[in-house]
Structures are given as C-alpha cells and as structure tokens.
Design a protein around this ligand. Sequence first.
Ligand code: AKB
Length: 324
Amino acid sequence: MANTPDTILVIGACGQLGSELTLALRELYGGGNVVAADVAPPKHAELRDSGPFERVDVLDTNVLGTLVSKYKFTQIYHLAAVLSATGERNPKFAWRLNMEGLFNVLDLAVEQQVSKVYWPSSIAVFGPSTPRQHTPQHTLMDPNTVYGISKQAGERWCEYYFQKHSLDVRSLRYPGLIGYKALPGGGTTDYAVDIYHKALEGETFECFLSENTYLPMMYMPDALKATLDLMHAPAAQISVRDSYNLGAMSFSPEEITASIRKHIPDFEIIYKPDARQQIAASWPQSIDDSVARKDWGWQPAYNLDAMTADMLLNLKKMRAAQTA
Ligand code: AKB
C-alpha cells in the first residue's frame, strides 16, 4: 500500500475522526499525498506538520473544484458533518451542510473521475421503531433527528451514485467513537470521551445521559482499522453500497464508570439527563455487524476495559507532556 500513487483528500480533517484518520492515511500513503482540508487550520502540531493543509468549506463548490483539479485526487474521505445534538439546535443548517456537502463531493468525484469516496454514516440512521438489540443490517429505519435523517438520505444517495454513476463510494455506520487525540463535538455519545478527561482531572463528572442508557461504542483504533479495511477491500467484496453496520462494544454510563474506577477508585459521577437522553433512547443498544464481518473480515480488537486502560494511559502521557 505504501508506494501506491494515490493522492487523497480528507475533508473535515481537523475533527475527532479526521485528525486521526489523516495521520493514519499519511503513514500509509506518505504525508505529501494526503491533503488535510477543513474550515480552520489544524491546532495539533502532528497534524499540522505531517502534510499539506487546505482551507475548504465543503459548501463552496468553486474552492472544492479547484482543489480537486489541482491535486488530481484519487480518493476523497468526506467527514465534515453536523452531529446529532448540535444538529437539533439548527436543523436547517445541519441538513444543508450534511446533504449539500455530500452532493458537492459526489458530483465532483464523478466529474473529475475520483476512483473512491468514503463517507461516514452513523447508528443515528435508526430510530424508535428499529429493533434495539443486535440491530440488523437491513431493518426498519425511522430516524427522528435531523442528523439521522440526513445520514439515512445520504446512504440512499451513496447507493444511487454507485448504481447510476458507477462511483465507488463506501460507508460505515459508526457507533459512538472514543479517542484520546481529539475531542468530539456536538454528538450524543460524546460523554464517553469527556468522562475520561474529567476522571483524570479528579473532577466529578456530570453525565447528560441516565446511568443505564446503553449505546454502541467503538475505540478509535478499531474505527480507523475498519475504515481502512473497508477502503482497501476489493470492490467485489463490497455487497453493501448504502452503509455497513459496524459494532464493537455496548455500555452504559454506569458501566464505563465502573471500568474507570478500576484505575481511579474515587472517581465520582452524577446524572443530569438532558435533551440528548431522548436522542440516545431512539438509537440501538447493540449492533449486528455480521455482514461487515462476512464481506471484508471486520473484527474489533477493543472491549470496554481494554479501551479504558489505553485511554487513561495515553491521556496521562499527553497531560504529562503538556506540563513538562
Ligand atoms: C453522535 O453522537 O451524534 C455521533 C454518532 C453516533 O454518529 N457520535
């Protein structure tokens, strides 16, 4: 993989997933071949110094088009989106950014013959009528957040572009993603990242979900592996052209607290559920990802305790480096 002539654009490269995925892609393809793009430049030195950055608003087709012609990208990872909780504060803008942004990328990819596109979907495509345990790949979907509606519509459009334009677009329905390098922004699953930071700061964590709210979650190294495995799989192995279910672990705030207390016994949590509780209650508790396992060999490596140990270790290292 390392010496392929691919040139890759990552839109939304400074976000929680983007900042780690860009670094992983630069490791594989070489720093100069992976252009990080976002509305504001990277704050993290590793991301800033490891390859080119271009300031891009995915709604600006002129800037985007000029960029794609300039670099002749062979792959685009389009990650920019408004997430579930933020989306509810400004539904029209969330719809515009999530849908128009996707159309801009899909149309450019067709026009400029980009060979592969990656676009993330989410467990938010499911809704209150969806079976909540081991949610199947193909099932009833009635999302009731603007984010979920945009992801469900986006999935249909990805499949449409594959069918009508032969565009090789691939997608995963991520659960809540947890990593130590960058903070998430505006999601319902974000508590599961913040909680580790507060535990290390010795503060009581105020949780916006109730103690037994189960949600599907995934540690970032697994999310990166899934994304790259999907993108590297031969096209013949991809039977799902809307978006693959992807699972790793499911836990509640009470269970993640117990996992953290194995390392920090006096860690305290209080529960103050807010509007995000309703969003969480409409999502699955666990995911059946057997199609991803069968098609391209998906297998997660981290469970809750393994993730907690690694998160705390790395956050401690980062805090030590900041104060050194
Ligand atoms: C969110 O909480 O909005 C996201 C997601 C599950 O897609 N993390």
